[in-house]
Design a protein around this ligand. Structure first.
Ligand code: GLN
Length: 486
């Protein structure tokens, strides 16, 4: 087995047994990044020097018999997480030259756990997109087929892990941006419960929906990374003060007695028939493992895309007001006066999708339309959350497809924003309700990865990870690597 296809526990064991050092491990992945990163356009920055320093520190910790399961494990951060002294672009020209003076809590925690940062992953501009085609740094390619999108907005993170350029990448999910690229690239991607992982230092898109998480090959790996990321942070006012369970210890519980809800509305006419077959095959595996399937209905879920595309732009228009050419990032050349400075800095610094969102958001928040759009969308959001709560009275988890189709061609949907937004149809509900959700690879669809989505009750990550892990013990879809990256 090559070093880059090892699981996190295997890497940790290899480090402890001195089969390889953390520096050798970092070098191995840095070499892979140098060989494959540019063609995939997966990274915005590579931080080889600091990586080798961090790896040397990890080696010293390990030599002293100290450290934990993440010590010396390399990772790439989505370029939405602020990293002290290393450029944080958020995929935007606006922040092309921005070097944060501090680390995001997620970055600090994983650094504290001994992880080694190799670089920063490309992403849709300000995390707005479903295909990773809105980045100022150009589109990311899907390692399974470079003519296809990797999914967005965490497409760089997905491409990095799918091509095994790093065993772990952090990501964020506002409306599906962890689960969707994980599905299109054949990975395990977890969006934790809203409030489980600190948003401090994670550049805000839509603050009531944004949540940090990760992409890994397996649920077992995800459990270890979540352990390092989760927890209360007084610097994030929506972070929840609640103990962090031992996620890895919860893995391996039998599924007998588990009731799986099948969302009637997710198996609709918009779902690719091959995708449906793949998901149903995965559900059959769960039945063999002792779980019971039960159909549930979320009557308001059909309104999730329109509600989201009011709430998210509204919050983004407010969050992105801070990028004014004065305090952060890009400033236009030779402004005539203050108005010209604002207008041209924002006009030149933001890309088309971000401007579309800011305009939509400003519109729905304006005095005359607030009640008709924003307030209505918030009411719909409550109805959707209530639907989920009712469903979780009857079932333990909800399963369905992560996306309607497998990866599509680069450029196929860029001219029609609404078609693009509809890719998020199965993922947005969990964000609106603040629920944890993950995507795991199930059987391929026309030779491409497909994702099974599992949604859980608030703070039920232990169960979600266990349910995913038990499936991964029975199947090997999560071990598949595109031929060019084996
Ligand atoms: N595709 C959705 C959007 O563009 C979700 C993005 C995300 O989760 N960051 O808003």
């Amino acid at each position: 087995m090559s070093i880059h296809t090892k699981t996190l526990p295997q890497l940790a064991a290899g480090l402890r047994a001195r089969e390889f050092s953390a520096v050798e491990l970092a070098r191995h992945f840095l070499d892979r990044i140098a060989a494959h990163g540019p063609a995939l356009n997966a990274l915005v920055s590579v931080t080889a020097d600091t990586a080798l320093e961090q790896a040397a520190a990890a080696d010293r910790t390990l030599a002293a018999g100290l450290g934990g399961p993440l010590t010396g494990i390399p990772l790439v951060h989505k370029d939405i997480f602020c990293t002290q002294g290393v450029r944080t672009t958020c995929g935007s020209r606006m922040l092309d030259n921005f070097v944060a003076p501090y680390d995001a809590t997620v970055v600090a925690k994983l650094k504290g756990a001994g992880m080694v940062m190799l670089g920063k992953a490309n992403m849709d501009e300000f995390a707005m997109g479903s295909s990773n085609e809105t980045s100022f740094y150009g589109p990311v390619k899907n390692p399974w087929n470079p003519g296809l999108v990797p999914g967005g907005s965490s497409g760089g993170s997905a491409a990095v892990v799918a091509a095994r350029l790093a065993p772990v990448a952090t990501a964020t999910d506002t409306g599906g941006s962890i689960r969707q690229p994980a599905a299109l690239c054949g990975l395990t991607g977890l969006k934790p419960t809203y409030g489980r992982v600190s948003r401090y230092g994670m550049i805000a898109f839509a603050s009531s929906l944004d949540q940090g998480g990760m992409m890994t090959a397996s649920a077992e790996d995800a459990a270890l990374v979540l352990q390092g990321m989760a927890g209360f942070d007084p610097r994030d006012s929506t972070s929840v003060e609640r103990p962090v369970p031992d996620y890895a210890a919860a893995l391996g519980q039998p599924l007998k007695g588990l009731t799986i809800g099948l969302l009637k509305e997710f198996f609709d006419k918009g779902l690719d028939p091959d995708m449906e077959r793949s998901v149903r095959e995965a559900l059959a595996v769960y039945q063999q493992l002792g779980a019971t399937l039960k159909e549930v209905s979320l009557p308001s879920i059909g309104l999730s895309v329109p509600a989201y595309y009011v709430v998210a732009p509204a919050e983004c228009s407010s969050n992105l007001a801070r990028f004014d050419g004065v305090r952060f990032g890009y400033r236009c050349k030779d402004p005539r006066d203050l108005m010209d400075l604002y207008k041209r800095s924002r006009g030149e610094g933001f890309g088309a999708e971000v401007k579309r969102r800011i305009m939509t958001g400003t519109y729905v928040l304006s005095a005359g339309y607030y009640d008709a759009y924003y307030l209505k969308a918030q009411q719909v959001r409550r109805l959707i959350a209530n639907d989920f709560e009712r469903a979780f009275g009857e079932v333990d988890v909800i399963m369905g497809p992560t996306t309607p189709t497998p990866a599509f061609g680069l450029g196929d949907k860029t001219s029609d924003p609404v078609t693009m937004y509809l890719n998020d149809i199965y993922t947005i509900g969990a964000n609106l309700a603040g629920l944890p959700a993950l995507s795991i690879p199930c059987g391929p669809v026309r030779q491409l990865p497909a994702g099974l989505q599992i949604i859980g009750r608030h703070f039920d990550e232990e169960r979600l990870l266990n349910v995913a892990h038990v499936y991964q013990r029975e199947t090997d879809w999560h071990t598949k690597v595109p031929a060019a990256y084996e």
